[in-house]
Every structure is written in structure tokens, then in C-alpha cells.
Write a protein that binds this ligand. Structure first.
Ligand code: MN
Length: 228
């Protein structure tokens, strides 16, 4: 007999390269405006002001290779990002120690209902309807640090139907991965299973049903998803 009054909710987990075990997700943190060129395209100031984060739900992660166009939006944008998967955490982690908590890396898309996000910004409301919707975080498999180390430079790109839309380099991040972990740990208890989406380079834009989206971090991994 279950010890819960309802069936236990599903644990969302993503595959790990070279393993028959998967990585269970606890939380998804996403940093905003972390590449200068994207900050400018969104009307922000690319100088190094305090970082800011929002969250998606763990259940929003998806590795099916299909992205169902979500309801209540006519302007859904792709944002390709490096995914950082944590195997541990704590509070007040130092920048020097932060990378020791990383299990592995992948590539993902911070799918965004840009029209709803725009309304939220205008009305000073929360971003969840724009960011944290069903299957809004398509992700690749996770590649363990034991295989690839900690990539801090390398091309990150996204194409739609073969046309290059987004291109940048991990080295262009305003806040590096270690700094993101350290910063988050001042505000939250960071723990194994937490995932950080580390920001998007410039070139974000809309997707349509039928589009085939391919994204890649050179030397790390790639992923394809189809908008259905
Ligand atoms: Mn993003």
C-alpha cells in the first residue's frame, strides 16, 4: 500500500550519456540576460548588474524530441542554453568550490511564450505563464563531468529548419557557471538534482508548428526537437 493518499507524482529525469541510469530533476533555475548581445536585443543594459533568476518546474523538462506548441500564445520563442546539472549543493557556496557540485552538462531550450512574458513585464506580474509551462524545457542527455570536464568556452548555436538563428560562445557569459551557483546559494538551498539553464546568446526568435530545431554546444552535445 502506498504511504501517500494519492499516487506519488512522477519524477522527471533525463538520460545520462554512457549510463543506464538517469538524472532526476529537483528544480530548474534559469538566469536572465547572461550574454551581452542578447541583453541588448531585449532592451537591457549589458553592463554587469546583479544577475537575476526565475524558475521553471522540474516537470517542464522534456527529452522526447517533440515540443507541442503551447496554448494561449501566438509568439513562442527559442532560447538555446547550456544546461548545468548539480550533484550536490548547500548554502553560501564559494565561487572557488562551486564547480565541484556539478554532475554534468547538456544543451536545452528555454522555450518562452514571449507575448505572455511581455504582458507580465508590463503589468509587473510574475513570469511563470511565459516561462514555466508544459514541456517548456526541451533538453539533451546530460554528459558527465568525468567525460568532458567543465566547458567554459565553445560554440553554442541553434538552427531552425537548417537556418542558423542563434550563435555565441560559452566564454561570452556575463556570469560564469560557478558564479551562478554561488549567487543562487545565497538565496536558496542548492541540492542534488537542481539544474541551471545558464542563459542564451542573441538571435532568439519565434517557432512555428512543423519547425525542426537543432541545437549544439560544440564538443559537449547536441539535440533536435520538432515543434508539433
Ligand atoms: Mn533564457
Amino acid at each position: 500500500m502506498s504511504k501517500y493518499v494519492i499516487d506519488q507524482p512522477h519524477v522527471t529525469a533525463i538520460p545520462v550519456r554512457g549510463s543506464d541510469k538517469s538524472f532526476p530533476i529537483r528544480r530548474i533555475y534559469c538566469i536572465g540576460r547572461n550574454y551581452a548581445a542578447h541583453t541588448i536585443e531585449m532592451g537591457g543594459d549589458p553592463n554587469r548588474e546583479e544577475p537575476f533568476f526565475f524558475q521553471k518546474n522540474a516537470q517542464n523538462a522534456d527529452t522526447s524530441g517533440e515540443f507541442p506548441y503551447p496554448p494561449e500564445s501566438q509568439d513562442v520563442h527559442h532560447e538555446v542554453e547550456m544546461v548545468v546539472a548539480l550533484k550536490g549543493g548547500g548554502k553560501n557556496i564559494s565561487v572557488a568550490d562551486a564547480l565541484s557540485y556539478v554532475y554534468g552538462y547538456g544543451v536545452g531550450i528555454d522555450m518562452t511564450r514571449r507575448d505572455l512574458q511581455g504582458v507580465a513585464k508590463e503589468q509587473r506580474r510574475p513570469w511563470e505563464p511565459g516561462k514555466a509551462f508544459e514541456r517548456s524545457a526541451p533538453m539533451s542527455e546530460i554528459v558527465p563531468v568525468s567525460d568532458i570536464g567543465h566547458p567554459d568556452t565553445g560554440r553554442i548555436n541553434l538552427s531552425v529548419n537548417g537556418d542558423l538563428r542563434q550563435e555565441g560562445d560559452l566564454g561570452q557569459m556575463i556570469w560564469k557557471v560557478a558564479e551562478q551557483i554561488a549567487y543562487l546559494s545565497r538565496f536558496y538551498d542548492i541540492a542534488a538534482g537542481d539544474v541551471i539553464m545558464s542563459g542564451t546568446p542573441s538571435g532568439v526568435g519565434p517557432v512555428q508548428k512543423g519547425d525542426v530545431i537543432h541545437c549544439e554546444i560544440e564538443g559537449v552535445c547536441e539535440m533536435t526537437t520538432k515543434v508539433i
